[in-house]
Design a protein around this ligand. Structure first.
Ligand SMILES: [Zn+2]
Length: 254
């Protein structure tokens, strides 16, 4: 019965919540034991941290973020699970922001504690979270691939957004195939008002249509060739959503 919608999410996310500071402590411990180093992006409590594992001769630079929305617990849990599984490609340097909205999780709300949707603040950031995050991003080298972990409380299955410069082969279908082994795919022809094909949305990137930038748009404008926003369906059991995100990340990074 793990793979049926539970019908809990009436008007918003009504599922499990997490102790985000406990999850972050676990993430820091596991990461330290696997050779990751830690940086503090914002010192003010609750701190914003980033993790890195860099190789001098890395062929690729992979970036992953989670926890931008405080009512999407599968993202930080998937980050922890990815660190535990430690199946990262051997040729890649890695950057991970495990939780970008630490004040949203205790409130189980999408926005931060001040009521701002952080994933709409990436153009001329006004929040200290995204100011710190974009300042940190600007100090990093060019990434080859970016992935953001999210959930959608009203979707019928897993889906993803791909923002591409068209210079690298898509990994979207590979990710969908990997996820379909653990979680249903949202087969709707339109998701969140955008045309979708077998769980893949390739949004228009006209900035005039999108004045409130999400992280994916910022990364795209930073010339990251391929950016994926993964959306696990929040009306399914939490372990299924975590597994779905983990399966998609391994498929995309492979
Ligand atoms: Zn989200």
């Amino acid at each position: 019965m793990m793979h049926v919608k539970r019908g809990l999410n009436l008007g918003g996310y009504r599922g499990e919540t997490i102790d985000i500071q406990g999850v972050l402590r676990e993430i820091e411990i596991v990461a330290a034991g696997r050779g990751w180093s830690q940086e503090v992006m914002r010192e003010a409590e609750p701190r914003l941290i980033a993790l890195k594992r860099l190789w001098p001769n890395a062929a690729r630079r992979l970036y992953l973020s989670a926890g931008l929305h405080g009512d999407e617990p599968a993202g930080p849990l998937a980050a922890l699970e990815l660190l535990r599984q430690d199946a990262w490609p051997a040729d890649a340097s890695l950057w991970l922001c495990p939780c970008l909205n630490p004040t949203g999780f205790p409130l189980n709300c999408r926005e931060n504690a001040q009521g701002v949707d952080l994933n709409r603040d990436y153009l001329n950031a006004k929040t200290t979270e995204i100011q710190a995050h974009t300042a940190w991003l600007q100090q990093q080298p060019q990434f080859d691939l970016g992935v953001g972990l999210h959930e959608d409380w009203e979707s019928h299955g897993f889906y993803l957004y791909e923002t591409s410069h068209g210079t690298h082969p898509s990994r979207a279908e590979k990710a969908i195939a990997a996820v379909s082994a653990v979680c249903p795919i949202d087969e709707s022809p339109e998701i969140e008002g955008r045309p979708a094909v077998h769980g893949v949305i390739r949004p228009s990137l006209d900035p005039r249509l999108r004045p409130r930038w999400p992280e994916a748009y910022y990364l795209h404008r930073q010339q990251v060739p391929l950016v994926y926003t993964l959306e696990a369906p929040s009306d399914f059991e939490l372990p299924v959503r975590v597994q779905a995100l983990v399966a998609a990340v391994w498929a995309i990074f492979e």
